[in-house]
Design a protein around this ligand. Structure first.
Ligand SMILES: [Zn+2]
Ligand SMILES: [Zn+2]
Length: 246
């Protein structure tokens, strides 16, 4: 394991580092074009790809996001390397069958592809929590290769919902229509609400691959302000350090 766990409100939160590297040439742009107006030029943008394992006091396991997936994943066309999520889980003493709940922040291929292998759910005993808006807007590869194999295992929610003891999700649209973050105590696991630290300094900075840039910027601004007001810690998908106290 690359990153150390923390404990929040009695829940152990372990960052699982699925991959590290720059985006492949299929979708890579200079950083100043990825985040227009940010003025950043520190290319290449080396992303981490983090999932998070939550272990509550009763030993129940929740996984937030499932990473890039294997060699033939929908993310293979642009991800730096295949994901190593199951190795990271094994290092934490967990097998895929042990996972009770999977929260998918959204259906982009670097967050959801690890949920499916060979057309079947990887976490065979888990229910998969998704926002209604994400399910309803899924199309193409996300629908065919990710959602369809999970269809009998979905736990569809709308807006704020408790999904396990002490763990809830919150709808944060913009990056995708049904993007959600996960909360445990004063920790927020933020998926692609923020992609790069430049958006902590200025949440209005757009990300080129946000589905709806205006909605994403508004959501990011509002949610980060609320999290700052409670002095929350964020657990990010793509920063090099998993945890940042706001
Ligand atoms: Zn990492
Ligand atoms: Zn992402």
């Amino acid at each position: 394991m690359k990153h150390n766990p923390i404990t929040v409100s009695g829940v152990e939160v372990t960052p699982l580092c699925d991959a590290v590297g720059p985006m492949g040439p299929a979708i890579r742009l200079p950083l100043a074009e990825m985040f227009p107006g940010s003025g950043r030029a520190d290319d290449p943008w080396v992303l981490h790809f983090h999932c998070y394992l939550l272990r509550d006091g009763a030993g129940r396991l929740t996984l937030v996001d499932t990473g890039i997936g294997g060699e033939d994943s929908p993310a293979a066309s642009w991800a730096p390397v295949p994901g190593v999520l199951t190795d990271e889980l094994a290092a934490a003493g967990v097998t895929p069958a042990d996972i009770d709940t999977v929260i998918l922040t959204h259906l982009h291929s670097d967050h959801a592809s690890g949920a499916v292998a060979d057309g079947a759910p990887v976490f065979e005993n888990a229910r998969y929590v998704l926002q209604r808006a994400e399910v309803d807007s899924a199309a193409g590869v996300a629908a065919d290769r990710l959602l369809t194999p999970l269809k009998d295992h979905l736990h569809i929610v709308e807006g704020q919902a408790q999904v396990a003891p002490g763990i809830h999700v919150q709808h944060t649209p913009g990056h995708t229509p049904g993007h959600q973050i996960a909360r445990v105590g004063d920790l927020a696991i933020t998926g692609d609400l923020v992609l790069h630290p430049v958006q902590l300094a200025d949440p209005g900075v757009h990300y080129v691959y946000d589905d709806d840039r205006e909605t994403a910027a508004r959501t990011r601004t509002e949610v980060l302000a609320a999290l700052r007001a409670e002095r929350a810690t964020i657990a990010t998908a793509h920063f090099s350090e998993p945890f940042i106290r706001l």
